[in-house]
Design a protein around this ligand. Structure first.
Ligand code: SAM
Length: 303
């Protein structure tokens, strides 16, 4: 069951979730994950996309919690990429778990929104779609090549009113103030491991410490850029508490941050892992979902 999984990762998972919990995660790593996509409401709708998929012989069903989240039966990502609706940006290949942070962010038209770590843009384009291109979005990305990919996806998906900034978000000017922030932080990727498939991810103490430093700096910056009384989302595709709950517990009290409990019950069928902070969400990897962590945070108004 643990074949091909880095021993350090197994150690961490067993320490956090116990042997039984870790074994469940290992089974999720071994599962063949279904191809999933998001209907892009800026260019199409579930009915039109459904008809095009059926015409192409692609069987699918919607996730119980969103008619825009489609789970394909037996079609590969490459098969989807060959379809004209993909070329036209009417759908975006996106994991189910990765659709959750923008949904919980609840972006509204007219708001000034920061996506701090944005490329390749799955969540930026989803925020644009959720607001009908009505929000002003600032999308930051540190790496130039990934920024190009982000620009390409924004264009293809028809996302407008997005300002792309090719900078390290830790350097953002603190004169900025945002109504909502998504920090989909760089992470170890411990939720997305697929046993048997080659991965460049490294799992050792040094890598976790390096990633953790970045996550902490970005979270501290986000809390400074968020308007008091407003809310942000912190998410990672990691299921390790070091990158999630432990970080929040360490950083939030000193930054006027408090957890806003999310209603996991709204996501029927989503497999969950136990969390150390009530009201946060940790999704278990399985045949439909990637492992993911999501927390909603409010910046308190200082009295
Ligand atoms: N939110 C993206 C999406 O849904 O498509 C995925 C983001 S990925 C988890 C994290 C991204 O953050 C990577 O593209 C990485 O290059 C970028 N990144 C890492 N450190 C950063 C920093 N200090 N400032 C801005 N971007 C950063």
């Amino acid at each position: 069951m643990w074949e091909g999984i880095p021993p350090f990762l197994r150690e961490q998972l067993e320490a956090q979730y116990g042997e039984e919990g870790a074994a469940r995660i290992a089974q999720g790593y071994a599962a063949q994950r279904a191809t999933t996509l998001r209907v892009n409401r800026l260019k199409s709708d579930p009915q039109t996309v459904g008809e095009a998929l059926r015409a192409a012989g692609v069987a699918f069903e919607a996730a119980p919690w969103s008619e825009d989240a489609l789970i394909l039966a037996g079609a590969s990502e490459d098969a989807v990429k060959a379809l004209p609706l993909y070329e036209r940006g009417e759908v975006y290949l996106q994991s189910l778990s990765s659709m959750i942070p923008p949904l919980l962010l609840e972006p509204q038209p007219g708001e000034n929104i920061l996506d701090m770590a944005a490329a390749p843009g799955g969540k930026t384009t989803q925020i644009a779609a959720l607001t009908g291109n009505g929000a002003m979005i600032t999308a930051c990305e540190r790496h130039a090549a990934r920024c190009e990919k982000l620009r390409f996806n924004l264009e293809r998906q028809g996302a407008q009113r997005v300002t792309v900034m090719n900078i390290d978000a830790r350097q953002l000017d603190e004169l900025f103030a945002f109504d909502r922030i998504l920090l989909d932080a760089p992470c170890s990727g411990s939720g997305t491991v697929q046993a048997g498939s080659a991965s460049r991810a490294r799992f050792d103490r040094e890598t976790l410490a390096r990633v953790g430093k970045m996550q902490e700096a970005l979270l501290r910056k986000a809390m400074k850029l968020l308007r008091p009384g407003h809310e942000m989302i912190y998410s990672t595709c990691s299921i390790l508490a070091q990158e999630n709950e432990n970080l929040l517990t360490r950083v939030l009290p000193g930054m006027q941050g408090e957890i806003v409990p999310v209603d996991a019950g709204r996501f029927t069928g989503m497999p969950l892992l136990p969390v150390k902070i009530p009201g946060t969400l940790c999704i278990a990897p399985d045949a439909l979902y990637e492992g993911f962590f999501v927390a909603k945070i409010r910046r308190r108004i200082r009295k």
